[in-house]
Design a protein around this ligand. Structure first.
Ligand code: ATP
Ligand code: MG
Length: 402
């Protein structure tokens, strides 16, 4: 719990006020940038000596997330601590939370880390999900109804970017897939015919105040986010409103503190389009990266504000935006690659010549296929312009947009 706002700058005892983040990936890096811009010092805990956030933070504690000494160092340095990935061991967050304000709470993380608990939470909030069954033993596997096939078998824990998921057409494939996933607890979801995907990002403070961004429309490819579009009419207004309300209900029920992303599917039902909730991310989200360039406050600014107990005012999007993810594949496949198996830096100068192109690279030392290396946000004055420029950028990079 936070009783008093943590203000940036030097304290009376001559120390720099420091905010901490568990995890040193790109989300941590962008949190660090936002915190530093506001005048905080930052500390990152991540075992990787070359982690994107560790490279730009004042302090980098290089250790395992459960290392007691490392946790003690974080507590000693930091006035409050957040996380940039949901799979930080909840034990570490419980330890930190006993001594320092931690947001989101270990309880919220524990729910987001486990698809079974997460789905039960959605049910408690009255927000529909895809039809699903829990499979944690052979009996539950045998009991699965035919209505869930074809389906997607997802491990209850530790999945991301489509990892830990297997698509299954029939019972035989389901049995094989569960064995392939080492018979760990899973959920089987019916494979839905998706009309669209969208997400809502919100921030909720210690006092329960909540603000949110407009609904993001997302395109995934092979289970990984490829593109996010945010502008008026990217989604039918009734669906957008329903997504906002569902996201707020989910955050409220969790008594959530911090930035939360709620992912939804749009599916057809009885001739109409309806929403079902997919999952939550208890942190800033890839679909919110456009906020850095298209809004007066980014999702990372709001993460800093919620953590430090600073006031939240509703963020305003000032430009239509399209965000394109830059995966490591580009280092091998982009037009202009000299050929061969060696990675080659894409020609950024061509895309940077486009008006309203904002390039973000995360400082990762090695490109590999499927790895998130950076993103490109396009902003423009009108929806037609932003779409046209995004198409040009995609063409220059050899990215497919449909
Ligand atoms: P991330 O953490 O990157 O969001 P994840 O590994 O947690 O990914 P999900 O969000 O569960 O994975 O699924 C990834 C993508 O796979 C979804 O965005 C969607 O495109 C597709 N998908 C997942 N579940 C279903 C489903 N039940 N029916 C149809 N498509 C689905
Ligand atoms: Mg997802």
């Amino acid at each position: 719990m936070l009783t008093q706002a943590i203000l940036p700058g030097t304290t009376v005892s001559g120390q720099q006020t420091t905010l901490g983040v568990m995890g040193g990936g790109q989300l941590g890096r962008m949190f660090v940038h936002a915190a530093q811009r506001m005048g905080y010092f930052t500390a990152v805990l991540d075992p990787d000596p070359a982690s994107p956030a560790g490279l730009v933070s004042h302090f980098h504690v290089q250790a395992d997330y459960l290392d007691e000494q490392a946790l003690a160092q974080m507590m000693q340095r930091c006035a409050a601590i957040t996380t940039e990935f949901e799979n930080v061991p909840s034990g570490a967050m419980f330890t930190l939370g006993a001594h320092r304000p931690v947001a989101p709470s270990a309880q919220s993380l524990a729910i987001a880390q486990d698809r079974i608990r997460e789905k039960a939470h959605f049910k408690a909030c009255g927000v529909p999900t895809a039809p699903y069954a829990v499979i944690s033993d052979a009996q539950e596997l045998a009991d699965v109804g035919d209505g869930l096939l074809p389906g997607i078998l997802k491990t209850a824990r530790l999945g991301y970017d489509g990892k830990g998921q297997v698509r299954v057409r029939d019972r035989a494939e389901l049995v094989a897939a569960w064995a392939q996933l080492k018979s760990v607890p899973c959920v089987l979801e019916r494979q839905l015919d998706l009309r669209a995907e969208c997400s809502v990002l919100l921030a909720r403070g210690w006092d329960g105040a909540m603000v949110s961004y407009p609904v993001q429309r997302n395109l995934h490819r092979d289970g990984i986010l490829a593109m996010t579009e945010v502008f008026d009419e990217n989604l039918a207004p009734a669906l957008a409103e329903a997504a906002q309300q569902a996201a707020r209900a989910i955050a409220e029920e969790l008594q959530y503190v911090g930035v939360l992303c709620v992912e939804f599917f749009v599916v057809a039902q009885d001739g109409a389009e309806v929403l079902v909730v997919n999952e939550i991310a208890p942190r800033p989200h890839n679909s919110g990266h456009y906020t850095l360039d298209a809004c007066d406050e980014s999702q990372f600014d709001l993460q800093v504000r919620t953590l430090a107990g600073l006031p939240l005012s509703p963020p305003r999007q000032h430009s239509p935006a399209v965000m394109l993810n830059l995966l490591g594949d580009l280092w091998f496949d982009a037009p202009g690659h000299p050929g061969g198996d060696a990675p080659h830096t894409p020609d950024w100068s061509a895309v940077l010549a486009l008006p309203g192109a904002h390039l973000h690279l995360y400082g990762k030392l090695r490109a590999s296929r499927g790895r998130k290396m950076g993103h490109l946000t396009i902003t423009a004055a009108t929806v037609a312009q932003v779409r046209a420029t995004a198409r040009q950028a995609a063409e220059l990079l050899g990215l497919a947009l449909a």
